[in-house]
Write a protein that binds this ligand. Structure first.
Ligand code: ADP
Ligand code: MG
Ligand code: ZN
Length: 469
């Protein structure tokens, strides 16, 4: 049995204004119905004017995916009634999308995969219904917010691949600075199509609409595959249908079967002329392209000696990748910088940016490298600075003397002798071949010195004393 999955992905473009009017597009925290005008409310006689920035952002995505931008593309009307759609139609691109073809590579379980893109087009978003115990409220702020829709070929082979593909797409969108692509905020959402096949040809698909988390995408598709497998095993046929996903119950919710499929009566949008994309504009967009994340990933691997997995985590947010590169440059050791950023800093990395400055972190890492303070105590200082919201440099200045690493040979030797004398059993255990007894003795000295002892030196001294009593 083979699984075929194709995704239709909606990406909210981070333009300042909406797709066809001057209303602000960052509706996320705005009070309901405060970002509207006659155009996005569909008042009679109001006329749309395309947002150049939205077109340029969409072109950036198209070029990054290696899609072919059509010299001429046009807008169409998709007609339907819904309370959050005051115009009674959505402006989209159907017959002649902005770009066709292209592909995106990603990795799953260390294996390289590539998904073909069928097409990419620009469209406007609808409003939002807010369900309350007293009924549904409607908020038109999102009406006319620009989206780019990316449609893939059914090249994904498992729910997990679908999730990983979306992750890589999110990374790309963020690196292109065209969208925050935050699934929780609905800036990245997708409809997922799946079919199972016994003969290698595409089977009858089911569609799951409006998935808005990576986990949801994977779980909903796994459930759809499970249902189809059951039907096929019982010799029944799959009915083409559209579902929603109930994350709480972990269940698909049937919305409609093929017979009730919408007829949107698409027709060319009469209020807009075709979009003509000149070679000049394309060149300009191309020249403004930032370093693509897969290029940057390869560079992180070759330049800093990171694993592809480490590089991928650092690249999940461009600001994190930039931060890492600043720390690496100041420390002069990419592996060490990555180790600190990934294992000590990442968990404190919120939406607001770095919890401590790159220069400060680099200073701390250098103190550890120069064996001025122990790694354990350095981590403690970092946590303290973050918890108390004080500058790391200040915490460091206050505590550096107190935490100065103890690396004096004679002093360590004396402490090691004391520990051996106080714990004869551990010493005997080590001599009898129990390696972990050494760790116990190191721990005792660490405790006695408040974590200041140079662990590597101490361990060598202990081993030497224990082997030559
Ligand atoms: P529809 O006309 O129902 O919207 P499309 O042919 O436009 O279907 O395809 C929509 C999405 O569904 C695309 O991402 C495509 O790759 C995917 N898809 C189409 N047919 C199948 C299939 N049999 N199995 C899995 N995915 C499919
Ligand atoms: Mg379709
Ligand atoms: Zn408006």
């Amino acid at each position: 049995m083979e699984t075929f999955i194709g995704l239709e992905i909606h990406v909210q473009l981070a333009t300042r204004t909406k797709l066809f009017c001057p209303c602000r597009a960052d509706y996320f925290q705005a009070p309901p119905n405060t970002l509207t005008c006659p155009v996005c409310l569909g008042m009679p006689g109001a006329l749309p004017v395309p947002n150049r920035q939205a077109v340029e952002y969409a072109l950036r995505v198209a070029l990054a995916l290696g899609a072919k931008v059509q010299e001429k593309s046009a807008f169409d009307r998709k007609n339907y009634f819904y309370p959050d759609l005051p115009k009674g139609y959505q402006i989209t691109q159907r017959a002649t999308p902005l770009a066709v073809g292209g592909s995106l590579g990603f990795r799953v379980d260390g294996e390289k995969r590539r998904v073909r893109i069928r097409e990419l087009h620009i469209e406007e978003d609808a409003g939002k219904l807010i369900h309350t115990p007293d009924g549904a409220l409607v908020d038109m702020n999102r009406c006319g917010v620009p989206l780019v829709e990316i449609v893939t070929e059914p090249d994904l082979r498992s729910p997990k691949e679908a999730r990983e593909f979306l992750r890589v797409l999110r990374t790309l969108l963020r690196h292109l600075f065209v969208s925050n692509a935050d699934m929780e905020k609905g800036e990245l959402r997708c409809d997922a199509n799946l079919s199972l096949s016994q003969d290698g040809r595409l089977g009858t698909k089911v569609e799951v609409k409006n998935l808005n988390s990576f986990r949801g995408v994977e779980r909903a598709l796994a459930r759809a595959a499970e249902l189809q497998a059951q039907l096929l095993a019982n010799g029944q046929r799959v009915v083409q249908a559209t579902y929603g996903w109930d994350e709480g119950r972990g269940e698909l919710v049937l919305q409609r079967e093929k017979e009730e499929a919408h007829d949107y009566r698409y027709f060319p949008e009469p209020d807009l002329v075709a979009l003509e994309i000149s070679q000049g504009l394309l060149k300009q967009v191309e020249q403004g392209m930032p370093e693509l994340p897969w290029v940057r990933e390869e560079r992180f691997v070759s330049q800093y000696g990171l694993s592809p997995g480490e590089a991928a985590v650092l690249l999940s947010e461009p600001a994190l990748a930039d931060y890492f590169e600043q720390v690496a440059a100041e420390v002069g050791d990419g592996r060490e910088a990555a180790s600190w950023v990934l294992s000590e800093l990442l968990r404190f990395w919120g939406g607001a940016g770095p919890p401590v400055g790159a220069g400060e972190l680099a200073q701390l890492i250098r103190l550890v490298a120069d064996r001025k303070i122990s790694r354990t105590n350095a981590k403690g200082l970092l946590e303290e600075a973050i918890a108390t919201e004080r500058p790391l440099a200040e915490v460091l200045a206050a505590k550096k003397g107190e935490l100065a690493q103890l690396s004096d040979e004679e002093e360590l030797r004396r402490l090691a002798r004391e520990a051996i004398a106080a714990h004869p059993q551990a010493a005997a255990d080590f001599r009898a071949g129990k390696a972990q007894a050494l760790g116990f003795l190191v721990g005792q000295v660490m405790r006695a010195t408040g974590g200041r002892a140079d662990a590597r030196k101490l361990s060598n001294i202990l081993q030497e004393l224990l082997s030559n009593p």
